[in-house]
Design a protein around this ligand. Sequence first.
Ligand SMILES: [Zn+2]
Length: 87
Amino acid sequence: MPNYTFNCEKCGVFTEWHTSSKGNKQYSACPSCKMKSKRVFAPPIVYKVDARVKQIESGGKTPKVMKRDQLPKRLKKSPVSTRPWQV
Ligand SMILES: [Zn+2]
C-alpha cells in the first residue's frame, strides 16, 4: 500500500494512505486547513521513529539503558536450547 507524505506550511507534515497508486501524486489538500501541500520524500517508518524520539526528548526524558539482569525474567534468553540436536 503506497503512502504519501505531504508538508502543509501551516499544519506541518501529514501522511495519506492510498489503496491504489494514482501515479506520481505531488500535491494534496491538507486534512486540517485544506491548503495545497507539497509532497515530501521522507521514509514514513523513519519519520515515525524520529517523531517518537523527539517526543521523548521534548518531555525531558532520555532513553533508559538497561542491563541484562535488570530486564524482566521472561525476556531473558532461555539457557535451555530449543534445538538440542544443534551443537
Ligand atoms: Zn494545513
